[in-house]
Design a protein around this ligand. Structure first.
Ligand code: EPS
Length: 379
């Protein structure tokens, strides 16, 4: 079983993660983890903290001479803004953040005890874990990518969903290095203007991200039991990203608006490619199992709850109403949430691959995988 834990506070010494269950023999280049950490720090609309931090990983254990050893992999990311003990107490909870509920639940007079861990800074550790999962998936030709399809009220033109690996590469070229990881340059311009306007107003704005994965074999996950349905596991992992309020698979909420005849992906057969579908409205799943089609998830992010524009709240010490004034915040972290989403999808897929093709070395897992692909040819 592949599992991980993260620890660390936003302004603590560092963030750490322990990844357990990765087989031995996987080449692990720390630069590939750093690349993902850098991607998470980017995106138009981010705040001052990202100018301070230059996230890089220290691989503390589990790797020898560039390859995994089969033992737990411990990863560490230093916080440059290590100021947790010097920072003043916070008694003014932000609406929408974990502040008030967390302080009540953990019996704390200082909201900082809560917000330090609730902060989305923790996602750097998840991205580091996801980067290792990605390197594992690469060995099986599996790849994933995210791009922004809506920001506030601005929508990008929808991309084609019948993606192959090559299609994903083309989309990557379109979105990598753009300010908002958006494939529609016209919409992106409007999104940037919106972020500028929202920033001026001291406000924040959310958005929608599409997360895609290709190269997935038929039959990851299972229909036989609720907690083995991989679509549900991935959806749960996506919902667990800070500020994500809704997750869609394939056609998502549209399924309740249309008739069955307009929705289901019809099945075809050709001698050279076996069974196939011409559409991918199911998002790559049937019965909680992967169909072999690309996975298509969409996640909806709320506007961040740290905003300069006053929102009404009550001081937990004085019980007096106040209007919040906050200095440092992201106006939007939507593209960064997409990079985090890629990481959590990669982790869930790596876990599902290991469940199905399990082994203690990369070679053993690959042998099991090849044997299964051989078996599939019978169909
Ligand atoms: C973040 C670091 C934080 C915020 C943001 C994400 O830095 P600081 O709180 O020091 O400004 O920029 O956190 C939140 C959005 C949040 O709600 O806490 C990061 O590394 O991603």
């Amino acid at each position: 079983m592949l599992r991980y834990l993260t620890a660390g506070e936003s302004h603590g010494k560092c963030l750490v993660a322990i990844l357990e269950g990765m087989p031995a023999g996987l080449p692990l280049d720390p630069e590939r983890i750093d690349r993902e950490l850098r991607r998470r720090q980017q995106g138009y609309g981010r705040g001052g903290r990202m100018l301070i931090e230059h996230d890089t990983v220290q691989i503390v254990s589990g790797v020898r001479r560039g390859r995994t050893m089969g033992s737990p992999i411990a990863l560490e990311i230093q916080n440059r803004d290590f100021s947790i003990d010097a920072l003043p107490a916070v008694t003014r909870p932000r609406p929408g953040h974990a502040d008030l509920t967390g302080a009540m639940k953990y019996d704390q007079d200082d909201v900082r005890t809560i917000l330090e861990r609730a902060s989305a800074r923790e996602t750097a550790a998840r991205v580091a874990v996801g980067a290792v999962a990605r390197l594992f998936l690469e060995q099986f030709g599996i790849d994933c990518l995210s791009h922004v399809i809506r920001l506030g009220g601005v929508e990008a033109a929808p991309p084609p969903h019948r993606l192959t690996g090559a299609g994903l590469d083309a989309l990557r070229k379109q979105v990598d290095g753009t300010p908002l990881r958006c494939a529609d340059p016209k919409a992106q311009k409007k999104m940037i203007a919106l972020i500028d306007a929202v920033k001026l107003a001291g406000d924040t704005v959310g958005g929608t991200i599409e997360v895609l994965a290709t190269g997935i074999p038929v039959g990851l996950g299972s229909h036989v039991h609720y907690d083995r349905k991989l679509d549900a596991r991935i959806a749960g992992a996506l919902m667990a990203i800070q500020a994500i309020k809704a997750v869609e698979l394939g056609d998502g909420v549209r399924v309740s608006h249309v008739r069955g005849s307009e929705l289901h992906d019809e099945i075809y057969y050709a001698k050279d490619k076996g069974f196939y579908r011409k559409t991918d409205r199911g998002g790559g799943f049937e019965g909680g199992m992967t169909t072999g089609a690309p996975l298509v998830f969409r996640i909806h992010m709320k506007p961040l709850s740290t905003l300069r524009r006053p929102l009404k709240s009550v001081d937990i010490k004085t019980k007096q109403s106040f209007v919040a004034t906050v200095e440092r915040s992201d106006v939007s972290a939507v593209p960064a949430a997409g990079v985090v989403a890629e990481a959590v999808v990669a982790f869930e897929l790596a876990g599902a691959m290991l469940e199905k093709f399990g082994g203690d070395s990369l070679g053993e897992v690959q042998r099991n995988w090849r044997g299964y692909l051989q078996q599939l040819r019978r169909f």
